[in-house]
Design a binder for this molecule. Structure first.
Ligand code: SF4
Length: 81
């Protein structure tokens, strides 16, 4: 499973940070940071999610009010949002 995070869409409400340690706050920028995320294209970050963190990562994606976080399974099918 992997997540894709769209930093440009993020409005910095930080609900995701409360759900999964894979996101941290960047208070200065008013944006979440995807920890160990790899920037695939401008503002879009990707990272794999360890099995034991999958539930938390899914919650993080679900609570994002602007759908800045997408979750994909290993076949590339989008699960959330
Ligand atoms: S929940 Fe969404 S809008 Fe809020 S900080 Fe996380 S990614 Fe950004």
């Amino acid at each position: 499973m992997h997540v894709e995070y769209d930093r440009d869409t993020c409005i910095g409400m930080f609900q995701c940070v409360a759900e999964w340690e894979g996101f941290e706050r960047d208070e200065d920028a008013g944006k979440a940071v995807l920890v160990n995320g790899e920037e695939r294209e401008s503002g879009r970050f990707v990272r794999e999610v360890p099995g034991e963190e999958e539930l938390d990562a899914k919650f993080a994606a679900r609570v994002c009010p602007v759908d800045a976080i997408a979750v994909y399974d290993d076949e590339g099918e989008q699960l959330i949002p």
